[in-house]
Design a protein around this ligand. Structure first.
Ligand SMILES: NC(=O)C1=CN([C@@H]2O[C@H](COP(=O)(O)OP(=O)(O)OC[C@H]3O[C@@H](n4cnc5c(N)ncnc54)[C@H](OP(=O)(O)O)[C@@H]3O)[C@@H](O)[C@H]2O)C=CC1
Ligand SMILES: O=C(O)CCC(=O)C(=O)O
Length: 420
C-alpha cells in the first residue's frame, strides 16, 4: 500500500520494480516495507521575494530513503514537475545505486517545484538559500549530503554550502558535493556522470563486439549528463547523429558537429535553431536507428507505446528511470538490445561525489587522474558483477543491478536488527 503523499506514477514505478525483485530474492514480506518506504521526508513551503517586489511561495522537498549504511546522498532537482512522490522514487533509486557501487550511503533526493529558466539569477539564489535554510536540521556531512541534479549546478551547490556554513560559523565544504573546485569540489565531478556513461557504453560495446569507429549515438537531453556523454562518445569515435533538449531535437546522419553546437547553445541556451542539422521531435529522436541510445533527460520516456519501436543495440540510461516497467517487458522480448540500467549507467556522478566528500573530510585533494582511475575501477566492478549476475541467474541487466543493490541493503538491515 503506497502512502498517499508519495502516490504518483514514478513512485509506483519504483515500487513495482522493488516488488518484482523482492519476489525474486524471496525477501520475507515482513522485511519489505522497511526496505521500500522512505525513512524521512521533509516538505517545506518557502516564501521568496521576487525581483518585482512580490512574494512567491515555492514548495521544496527532501526525502532520505534509508539510514542503515551511513549518511544519505543524492541530488537536488529544480523543475516544474517536482513532487514529493517523484523525489521519493529518486531517493529509493539512489539507495540501490549507492549499494550497487559499494558506497557507504543511503539514498536521498531533493527538489524545488520551480522553473529555473523563468527565474533571474538573484531569484534562483534566494530560492536556493531559502531551501537550504529550511533544511538545515536535516542535512550535514554526517546526515545527508545534497548534490546537483536536473536544473541545478555548481553555483547552486556553492550557495547551499555558503548558507549552511554561515549557520555553522565555519566553512563546511563536505555538506554538499558537486561544488566548484575553488570551494572544495572534486576535479572531475562535473564530467563524472557523462564520462561514466561513456565508459560503460565502451564496456558494453566490447561485450557485444561493436567497433566504436563510425558507430552511431543518439542522446536525449543535452545538459550536464547528455552533453558530456555525447562529447565523450564522440572522442571514442562514435558519430552523434541526434540530440535533443526540452524544446526539440536535431538530426544529422553524418554526425553533428558538437563543438559548433556548443557555441550555439552558449549563445541561445538551447540546441534548437542550430543550422548544422535538421529539426526532429523528441518522439522521433527516441526511435531513430542507432547503435547507442542514451536517454539523459527525464524519467518515463521509453514506455509501452514506443518500446517496440526503438532501434538501438545499446540502451544506456543516463537519466534516472527513463524506462517504464511496461517498456522493460517489451524490451525483454528483444534480446538484440543490451540495457545498461540507470542505477549502474549514471552512477559515475555519485561515485565522484563520494570522492569529493572524502577529500573534503580529509582536506586532502587528489589530482584528476586519481579521481578518474578510482571511478573507472568502481564502475568496472559494478558492471562485471551486474553482467555476471544477469547471466548466471538468467535475468535482465536491470533486474541484476537492482537485485545486487536491494540485497545489500536488505542484508545490512538484517544485521543491524530491529529496535527495540
Ligand atoms: N547531474 C548528475 O550528476 C546526475 C544526473 N542524473 C540524471 O540525469 C538526467 C539529466 O540530469 P542533468 O544532465 O544533470 O540535468 P540538466 O538540467 O543539466 O540537463 C537536462 C537536459 O534534459 C533536457 N530536457 C528536459 N526535459 C526534457 C524533455 N522532456 N525532453 C528532452 N529533453 C529534456 C534539458 O533541456 P533544457 O535545457 O531545454 O531544459 C537539458 O538539456 C536526470 O534524470 C538526472 O536525474 C543522474 C545521475 C547524476
Ligand atoms: O552526486 C550525488 O550525490 C547524487 C547524484 C544523483 O543525484 C544521482 O545519481 O541521481
Amino acid at each position: 500500500m503506497i502512502p498517499q503523499v508519495y502516490d504518483s506514477p514514478i513512485f509506483r514505478m519504483a515500487c513495482q520494480q522493488f516488488d518484482l525483485v523482492a519476489d525474486f530474492l524471496e525477501i520475507p514480506e515482513s522485511a519489505r516495507d522497511r526496505l521500500k518506504m522512505p525513512k524521512r521526508a521533509v516538505s517545506v513551503a518557502m516564501p521568496v521575494r521576487r525581483d518585482d517586489g512580490s512574494t512567491t511561495v515555492f514548495m521544496g522537498y527532501r526525502v532520505q530513503h534509508h539510514l542503515t549504511l551511513g549518511p544519505t546522498k543524492g541530488g537536488v532537482r529544480f523543475h516544474p514537475d517536482v513532487t514529493l512522490g517523484e523525489v521519493g522514487a529518486l531517493a529509493m533509486w539512489m539507495s540501490w545505486k549507492c549499494a550497487l557501487t559499494g558506497l557507504p550511503y543511503g539514498g536521498a533526493k531533493g527538489g524545488v517545484t520551480c522553473d529555473p529558466r523563468a527565474l533571474s539569477i538573484g531569484e534562483l539564489e534566494r530560492v536556493t538559500r531559502r531551501y537550504t535554510q529550511e533544511l538545515i536540521p536535516f542535512i550535514g556531512p554526517q546526515i545527508d549530503i545534497p548534490a546537483p541534479d536536473m536544473g541545478t549546478n555548481e553555483q547552486t551547490m556553492a550557495w547551499m554550502m555558503d548558507t549552511y556554513s554561515l549557520q555553522s560559523g565555519h566553512c563546511v565544504p563536505a555538506v554538499v558535493t558537486g561544488k566548484p573546485v575553488s570551494l572544495g569540489g572534486s576535479l572531475g565531478r562535473k564530467e563524472s556522470t557523462g564520462r561514466g556513461v561513456a565508459y560503460l557504453i565502451s564496456r558494453a560495446m566490447d561485450t557485444l563486439g561493436i567497433n566504436a569507429q563510425g558507430a552511431t549515438a543518439v542522446v536525449q537531453g543535452y545538459g550536464n549528463v547528455g552533453g558530456v556523454a555525447a562529447a565523450s562518445l564522440n572522442r571514442m569515435g562514435l558519430k552523434v547523429i541526434a540530440v535533443s533538449d526540452a524544446f526539440g531535437g536535431l538530426y544529422n546522419p553524418k554526425g553533428i558537429d558538437l563543438a559548433k553546437l556548443d557555441e550555439h547553445v552558449a549563445k541561445t541556451k538551447s540546441i534548437v535553431g542550430f543550422d548544422g542539422a535538421e529539426a526532429i521531435t523528441n518522439e522521433q529522436l527516441l526511435i531513430t536507428p542507432c547503435d547507442v541510445l542514451v536517454p539523459a533527460a527525464m524519467e518515463r520516456q521509453i514506455t509501452g507505446d514506443n518500446a517496440a519501436k526503438i532501434q538501438c543495440r545499446i540502451l544506456a540510461e543516463g537519466a534516472n528511470g527513463p524506462t517504464t516497467p511496461e517498456a522493460d517487458a517489451i524490451i525483454a522480448q528483444r534480446p538484440e538490445i543490451f540495457v545498461i540500467p540507470d542505477i549502474l549507467c549514471n552512477a559515475g556522478g555519485v561515485v565522484v561525489s563520494y570522492f569529493e566528500w572524502v577529500q573534503d573530510l580529509q582536506s586532502f585533494f587528489w589530482d584528476e587522474g586519481e579521481v578518474m582511475s578510482k571511478l573507472y575501477r568502481i564502475l568496472e566492478q559494478a558492471f562485471v558483477q551486474t553482467i555476471n549476475f544477469s547471466r548466471k541467474r538468467g535475468v535482465s541487466m536491470r533486474f541484476a543491478a537492482l537485485s545486487l543493490g536491494i540485497q545489500r541493503v536488505h542484508e545490512a538491515k538484517q544485521m543491524r536488527g530491529l529496535f527495540p
